[in-house]
Design a protein around this ligand. Sequence first.
Ligand code: ZN
Length: 446
Amino acid sequence: MTDAATTRPGTRRPDAEVVDLCAELIRIDTTNFGPGVDGPGERAGAEYVAAKLDEVGIDCTLYESEPRRTTLVADFAPEGTEPGAEPLLIHGHLDVVPADAADWTVDPFAGELRDGMVWGRGAVDMKDFDAMVLSVVRDRVRTGRAPRRPLRLIFTADEEAGGVLGADWLVRNHPETVEGCTHAIGEVGGFSLTVRDDLRLYLVQTAEKGMAWLKLIADGTAGHGSMRNDDNAVTELAAAVARIGSHRWPHRITDAQRAFLDAIADAWQVELDPDDVETTLARLGSIARMVGATMSNTANPTMLQAGYKVNVIPGRATAGLDGRIVPGGDEEFFATLSELLGDKVRYEIDVHSSGIETEFAGGLADAMQASLAAEDPHARAVPFLMSGGTDAKAWHRMGVRCFGFAPLRLPPELDFVGMFHGVDERVPTDSLEFGARVLDRFLDLA
Ligand SMILES: [Zn+2]
């Protein structure tokens, strides 16, 4: 195509703006420092998105859970969508994790273009996808192309701190904003994993682990440090923490995990030894870090507290425990934990959310494969279970089936998983443009 053809009014160009939009979003600092620490908030980011949608005639509603903690909701439901089709929820978060400029090669909030990449905090998590959505929707308005279904666009606050002031707050206080939506796409997934020149797997998140942040408590008999004490809280707690920390959780392979492992075995033409899956996973390079933790429940002791003076036995000792639970694994997790804790140590739940899982099947899954293959003939979409959590959990509670699908064709040498929350976070510009074109095709089929 010549330049004249690509810029002619009415010509489809869904990827035209995606690089600029991504760089501009990165330049708006939306750092989320977590609960209790004041930051810039997401308002400036939400206002930027609102302005870009307003420019093409799409109205937005902004919601604030707290001052500057802004979530944006908009409908794109032009004439021409299929009558009666439920809206497709497309979500992206606006906040980013902190970045310490001293560690970076570039200013993390400059949105610099260098070596064919956009650099900066949020380049892959997840202002890349926010930009794709904007670029595609704006192009569709300009060229008068309706998606198959109406779209419900939600750009959230606070995803990086669990969505308490974002997605979670939204569904609690404004459940009508996701009403009617049965399916959603957002993070994390859709990125490529190169097997060989003629085969790339695109990992679509269909499941994510749950979370149990617990406080372990041992109560004993306080007393003088010089006396015998058979009811010492520190001793009891330490023993329980050691049992939990060294426990080998049995593999629990969920359907999504099974499908992923089968796809890996098929792609690399290897037999998967169910007792030694780690060896096979090691072939995956950096992705193995993400996948390795999804084979079983995990429980890591992370904090310890007891005592105030060396010659005083305290009456209580406590520990913090970070548990991650495979979908459907809650009962086993808590039963095993109770056994490991023993009689003298109990737990209180600070945070608990169950894992979620949906089947990689149906019209949306077909649309993902077809739209990827149209832009990359060597694409194969495969489901996977993610070890971390996303806003998907909030939508899931409202009955929405969630897929992580933010398409990116990546160069094989890029340590993509390391980019998430990493130093020198960056994304190739042609990966962004690829993603926008795939997303655009997807909206015709989904
Ligand atoms: Zn994210």
